[in-house]
Write a protein that binds this ligand. Structure first.
Ligand SMILES: Cc1cc2nc3c(=O)[nH]c(=O)nc-3n(C[C@H](O)[C@H](O)[C@H](O)COP(=O)(O)OP(=O)(O)OC[C@H]3O[C@@H](n4cnc5c(N)ncnc54)[C@H](O)[C@@H]3O)c2cc1C
Length: 462
């Protein structure tokens, strides 16, 4: 270890205490590799401050040492933005885990950035309220990470993504100053809306320490249906019809054929309905009154395009249907280290994309498998490419998939962000003027490039 790092380590230890400055490689390893295993970095130091004041001191000390920081929450991000790929110092928010009392009158809550989604869900449940964003990484992903990535998940069609939930924010800027605006006023047009700026900023502009979130009434009665379709076009049209005709619609998720067969094998279960289908929707309706009749009527109206239907009304039968969607990421990871390409297409381009993508990929390498699933209600497809020989797919595959998405007018990142994985493809969706505006914001708030300097923005031409 260099004298510079030893000196910084000594100073950081006085701020966070011995137990929260990690240096041994076996202790820092878990903070250096991402959830997929695709992105493996290294760090000399992991720092775990207990509060905003400590975190600000940490930022000042690292900046004074001329080093860079990777902010890390639950490390469930899938685009290589949360791990130190260039030897950065990791600042973990794991100890910023305070949940303040729910403001029942305003239906809001202030949470520490390190609170996991499941902790937040449990905390507000006793007030019969819910957090508007839910996703399968809920046991580990944190409120700060969810804001920093503008996480989406399974209920975006009802409540919007994470940006729509954030009413106020507290964060430490790159110079150690603290911005704090947590009053939670629904109307507050007093200049630039910093929560919106930080939502989706992927740790490049500030480290979020607390957030004021909007809550939603808990909807106690739910029913879930799985619908099988023989074509992707039918599934897309059915999604559009359900969005029009089911006011209580809560989620419309999709699994395409290869992903459905893989997850079924992984959980040791048969494909639940319509084994030879091309696409399966998992549709959930939720309300204060029983939404079953409304959902069943809408499914009847879809007519013969629905090959088969399975319905769950009690928790166990609903969970049985949901497990196929919730376990699919795990099923893919159990087979190898995938390249994950999370994209959105306009509704009119979805069927073309799903049917053509396997040939776009196999034209580059015939020994790859493509698994697709996602949030069809938002046009969001998670493309997972695995090498059949157990190795890693080539980076050219990412380029081919993302270029095809852009050609169809889609977004190369629906909800996971740009991270390090996609920064060289940002130009596919953003103009030179937009990227230049991004750089101006970054330089204004972080001129010394302390916060996640290798994430989101491509390297400038020298
Ligand atoms: C099984 C599984 C399912 C998933 N499903 C979804 C899904 O449905 N929808 C979806 O959107 N995502 C999904 N994800 C991706 C991931 O869970 C989200 O991106 C999540 O928001 C990341 O939160 P985190 O706390 O783990 O952040 P991390 O992975 O720790 O960090 C993600 C990014 O945010 C930055 N960051 C973290 N905390 C802070 C902070 N306090 N201040 C500033 N920057 C910070 C990091 O530097 C990094 O750039 C899934 C992941 C897994 C593993």
């Amino acid at each position: 270890m260099s004298d510079e790092i030893s000196d910084l380590g000594r100073k950081l230890r006085t701020v966070v205490g011995d137990n929260h400055l990690l240096q041994d490689a076996d202790l820092t390893a878990g903070y250096s590799t991402d959830w997929t295993g695709r992105f493996q970095g290294h760090t000399p130091l992991v720092v775990r401050p207990a509060n905003t004041f400590e975190l600000a001191q940490v930022v000042i000390l690292v900046a004074e040492a001329g080093l860079a920081i990777v902010p890390q929450g639950g490390n469930t991000g899938l685009v290589g933005g949360s791990v130190p790929l260039n030897g950065e110092i990791v600042v973990s928010t794991v100890r910023l885990d305070q949940c303040e009392a729910v403001d029942q009158l305003a239906q809001q809550v202030t949470l520490g950035a390190g609170v996991t989604l499941v902790q937040a869900q449990n905390h507000v449940a006793s007030s019969s309220l819910v957090i508007g964003v839910d996703l399968a990484a809920r046991d580990s992903c944190t409120i700060g990470g969810m804001i920093a990535t503008n996480a989406g998940g399974i209920n975006v069609l009802r409540y919007g993504a994470m940006r729509e939930q954030v009413l106020g924010i507290e964060a430490v800027l790159a110079d150690g100053s603290v911005i704090s605006h947590l009053e939670g006023l629904e109307k507050d047009n007093t200049g630039y809306h910093l929560p919106s700026l930080l939502a989706g900023s992927e740790g490049t502009l500030a480290i979020i320490t607390r957030a004021r979130l909007r809550l939603h009434p808990y909807l106690p009665v739910r029913c879930t249906a799985m619908l099988a379709f023989s074509s992707v076009e039918d599934a897309v049209e059915a999604t559009s019809a359900l969005k029009r005709s089911v006011p209580s619609l809560h989620a419309v998720e999709v699994l395409f054929s290869d992903a459905m067969h893989l997850v079924s094998e992984h959980i040791g279960s048969a494909v639940p309905i319509g084994e030879k289908s091309a696409a399966w929707l998992i549709v959930e309706a939720a309300g204060s009154n029983d939404p079953l009749e409304e959902l069943a009527g809408a499914i009847d109206d879809l007519g013969a395009v629905v090959v088969d239907v399975g319905v769950g009304v009690d928790t166990s039968s609903r969970n049985n249907l949901w497990q196929y969607r919730e376990k699919v990421t795990e099923a893919i990871s159990a087979k190898g280290t995938p390249h994950k390409l999370d994209v959105t297409l306009g509704a009119s381009k979805l069927a073309e994309f799903i049917s053509q993508l396997p040939s776009v990929v196999s034209a580059l390498d015939g020994d790859l498998s493509v698994y697709m699933f996602g949030h069809l209600g938002d046009g969001n497809v998670h493309v997972n490419v695995l090498a059949n020989n157990g190795g890693a797919p080539s980076e050219r595959v990412d380029a081919a998939v993302l270029e095809y998405v852009a050609k169809l007018g889609g977004s190369i990142s629906a909800e996971h962000g740009i991270g390090t994985a996609k920064k060289n493809f940002l130009h596919l969706n953003r103009t030179t003027a937009e990227i230049s505006a991004f750089r101006s914001i970054k330089h204004a708030l972080d001129p010394q490039q302390v916060l996640n300097p290798h994430v989101l923005l491509p390297q400038e031409d020298s």
